[in-house]
Design a binder for this molecule. Structure first.
Ligand code: FE2
Length: 450
């Protein structure tokens, strides 16, 4: 065991009981764990007299199922500045810089960088990840590196790999063959980028190609769709139509979809109706798109958001993706999905009372549905894959964006962070601060106020 810390819980520990866990519905319960599963949840749990050493009192902290990362590009992560900086910060310069970096890519280079960021994500509570992998390289070096990462992290972080044609499928010779080869090599999901194809017609054909390939290989679909400010980029409607016609509801995700911020209201309303009818999953990527979109605007500047509020109101499943971590498109971040939720709360106007807890759903149950996870969720009988936030509520977790306290996988502590301790000097005396609103003073029993 690694030495205990201030909260007394070591890596590799297997607690039997998480006492005083606050759930997203605000109930405070004990979570009883046995053989890697949650076997009971309740007040004064019926836990068999657990040895105190097996009990972790989380003191009212928020406990959720694992965070799910539905959209990241691990093969490009940590390449910022290589071989040169993206001076403008634009999407197009980013694509050019990445094209130069790909020349020196090796599977081991991909494996090292992706593994580092996956460790960061695990520390943040992420245990399921869908990573889009550029498959435009004839040697598929990125995919070979990512397949090694998938094997390395098996049982700890579940990794789905998307065959993602960064340069398009029909814009250069052999693109379609590489997509097929990527699936034969082991990619789990079929991707696309229709707005980047040479023509509107090629874009439509690329969506149909992706659907054909997915049906042939019995794979799910996740397309980078309409990631542009151009209101004429309208491939989500093609995705919805193909999903309806082929009966693929639940198996298809549209990612980015930033052109939705440019559509007129009438078109957007009709589109959202069809998205809901098709059962599409939608992934918003607020970090990258807040800096990449609106680059041709001079005020007001669009912030690269898809229409999360309207999609939610229509009953569509919407999730949040981190997208990039220190790559040619986005130089910031360390893979914490809560940072992306914090940004979306601002750019998406999701600061209403019910919207802050909804942001936490967008990091957990919503992306779990998009990824088709079967054994997921905090429930009796479910896996003891748990995240303990160092915050008492979803609102506080998103407000503070502070490190996760504990992460359990199959009942075992697989990540922990020593909480920071802050203090200030007031009137010459040190005083601790924890950035939490003080609990209201208890009212005395028999007295009633007016
Ligand atoms: Fe992306």
């Amino acid at each position: 065991m690694i030495a205990d810390d201030a909260h007394g819980t070591a890596l590799r520990a297997r607690p039997r009981v998480l006492r005083n866990a606050r759930l997203l519905d605000e109930r405070v319960l004990d979570i009883v764990i046995d053989a890697g599963r949650v076997v009971a949840m309740g007040r004064e749990s019926q836990a068999p007299q657990a040895d105190p050493v097996d009990v972790v009192d989380v003191e009212g902290r928020l406990v959720t199922p694992p965070l799910v990362e539905p959209h990241i590009h691990l093969d490009a992560a940590l390449t910022v500045g290589q071989p040169r900086q993206n001076e403008s910060g634009s999407l197009f310069e980013g694509i050019a810089v990445w094209g130069e970096r790909v020349a020196t890519l090796t599977p081991d280079d991909v494996r090292e960088r992706a593994s580092e960021v996956l460790r960061w994500q695990l520390a943040c509570g992420v245990q399921h990840v869908r990573s889009h992998v550029d498959v435009c390289d004839p040697q598929l070096r990125a995919l070979r590196g990512m397949l090694a990462v998938q094997a390395d992290f098996a049982g700890l972080v579940d990794l789905q790999l998307v065959a993602f044609p960064q340069q398009g499928i029909f814009g250069y010779p052999g693109g379609a063959d590489l997509m097929r080869e990527a699936l034969e090599l082991g990619a789990d999901v079929v991707g696309g980028i229709p707005h980047f194809e040479l023509t509107r017609e090629d874009g439509v054909a690329s969506v149909q190609f992706v659907f054909d390939l997915a049906q042939e290989f019995d794979r799910r679909i996740d397309i980078h769709c309409d990631e542009t400010d151009d209101e004429h980029a309208r491939f989500v409607e093609v995705m919805a139509a193909e999903t309806i016609k082929r009966g693929l509801a639940g198996a298809v995700t549209a990612s980015h979809t930033t052109a939705m911020h440019s559509y007129n209201g009438a078109y957007a309303a009709r589109l959202i109706t069809n998205i809901a009818r098709a059962g599409l999953h939608m992934v918003s990527n607020p970090l990258d798109n807040a800096v990449l979109q609106g680059r041709f605007d001079h005020g007001p500047v669009r912030r690269g958001g898809t229409r999360v509020k309207q999609l939610r109101a229509a009953g569509v499943n919407v999730a949040i993706g981190h997208d990039s971590v220190m790559d040619p498109w986005y130089p910031l971040g360390y893979g914490d999905p809560v940072q992306a939720a914090f940004v979306l709360a601002h750019t998406g106007h999701l600061s209403g009372a019910s919207e802050l807890p909804y942001l936490m759903q967008m990091l957990t149950t919503n992306p779990a549905a998009a990824l088709g996870l079967r054994d997921y969720g905090l429930r009796v009988g479910g896996p003891a894959d748990l995240v303990v936030f160092d915050a008492p509520s979803a609102q506080d977790a998103i407000r503070l964006v502070n490190p996760r306290w504990l992460v359990l996988r199959g009942g075992q502590v697989v990540a922990r962070t020593e909480p920071a301790h802050s203090s200030v000097l007031v009137d010459g005396a040190p005083r601790a601060v924890n950035f939490l609103r003080p609990a209201p003073a208890p009212t005395s029993g028999g007295e009633q106020s007016g």
